[in-house]
Design a protein. Sequence first.
Lengths: 227, 456
Amino acid sequence: METDQCTFYYKSKTVNSALSRTEWIQLKEVLSFHDWKLVTLALPKSCHLSSHQVTVSSSHICRLYDRFHALDKDDKGSLNRSDFQNISELAVNPLGDRIINAFFPDGMDLIDFNSFVRILARFRPVDQNPKKEPNAPEPINSRVNKLKFAFQLYDQDKDGKISKSELLQVLRMMVGVQVTEEQLESITDRTIQEADLDGDDAISFEEFKKSLDKVDIEHKMSIRFLR
Amino acid sequence: MSFFLFPFDSLICILLGISFTVWFTLLLVFIIVPAIFGVSLGIRKLYMKTLLKIFKWATLRIERGAKEKNHLLYKPYTNGIIAKEPMSLEEEIKEIRGSGSSKDLSSPEFEMSDIFYFCRKGVESIMDDEVTKRFSPEELESWNLLTRSNYNFQHISLRLTVLWGLGLLIRYCFLLPLRVTLAFTGVGLLVVGTTMVGILPNGRFKNFLSEKVHLMCYRICVRALTAIITYHDSENKPKNGGICVANHTSPIDVIILASDGCYAMVGQVHGGLMGIIQRSMVKACPHIWFERSEVKDRNLVAKRLSDHVEDKTKLPILIFPEGTCINNTSVMMFKKGSFEIGTTMYPVAIKYDPRFGDAFWNSSKFGMVSYLLRMMSSWAIVCSVWYLPPVTREEGEDAVQFANRVKSAIARQGGLVDLLWDGGLKREKVKGTFKEEQQKLYSKMLVGNPEDRSRS
């Protein structure tokens, strides 16, 4: 697999992002958006990526890199959990730890810039008029993928189902010591009863999706960049 | 051999002697004498205007260079990079629930979709939060010919590089030595002057002289930094028996305020040069210096401060309630200690113009000496000082509310963001009590108020 050196300039450093061509195409899909300002990055001549002009918004990559750099206080080139925990607004979020875990999949302890951007890309606002190509993969910021992100906050053991104890755990994190155990249990029982369709006393991803059918996820799980 | 060098030797000596004399005369006439009398010759304002014109030209050149290569310029965005909704927890969750079901929204219950609120807020704070960016220097939209603030270096043309090189030469070979000389003169005069005034017996004449000596030395220090300060609303200047509070960006704040009025300083006793300055200052008029061990004792600190303000012959106290240096884009939590004393507070807002040199002291990155060197090798320090009308604590208002009221007034006047976060977050992690507040708010949505529960 050929690796194209795609460089972009950030402050006084030249960042070499050694992505493979397929990764680069995926990243381009993830970050391009029809009303963002589009410019050409300094791509090497051998890098012909698609029929239409290869353009990615470098300002948004730069802003995210700026942020990555600001969080990486020790200049490691990657972020660990403690860098996330230093963000005060995240530390006071009741689900802060779970959200941080979502950035460190598969037991890894460090995250590099490409992975950082890829996870944040799920929160990109949904395309209003998507071009439906028959074999195109699901875009990373689709409704389903946003739901998957939320589902993994519940489903800690990654068995594809939200069990009663997992739901209890999340509720306990959100209310702290303000609510009694009995009240939480009754809430959990009721919720599972309403959402569980196949009677296995747990909520699978399909049941989760169905129960949130009418919720406006496209807006509530999207973050828009300011110009 | 030395026979041949003899005439050159004396020639060099004569030349050196003449240039030193000329140098010092110019210094004296143009800088020190006006400082002593508090008069301004207008040289600094002219300097500022010329610099602004050059910066504009430089920015245009960079933009033109970028356009030619068809690149977008990187423009930093201090007001936040993402769009955030200013809705409260309750409103947001109701909105999420409302879109999902047609059930009655006023009854407390749980919905699986509630998690979206916390999820999005969490990821928003990962992309951009209010606190992290307050502890690094403010980013500029145009370039001011200093390497340290340049983001678009690849677009600089030859002409611009030459200009930048010229600027470097001027700043380091002309301005820096000049400023260092002035700084030493100012500090030296302060130590000598206050020691001499300290010999006099206490009385009106001593206070008068001490005032003059302090003002003169601070004015020389102001010129040592080429600080161009605009004072607004001087009729609200702090008076004896009051406490002056201001937002804190750097140690230079003290010099800026003290060159326009006389204050009693508060601080820890240091060793070395700072210690010498502190000891001599206290001989001329009473300042409040604490030993390191005394700082921890809140009651002792409060007692000494209130004793000082009760004595109406003593000068107003100067305090920075934030407790640490913030980067001048926001005002962070004011510590309530000085607001409990119960005297008139004189708020002062200080806003620096970052185009000429960033005054923020990042104490974790730079020590005091390298910070001062950076200051003295910038173009200038330009700032505005607003004296706000005096305030006192109202009936039924506790110290924290009073502190927040003063903080909002300062933030409004200076055009800064008013934050409730503690400046101590620069070094420490946030307390768990804030998380509890969010949990309480959410619990209300889940099970209703405790009072309602007990009734049913």
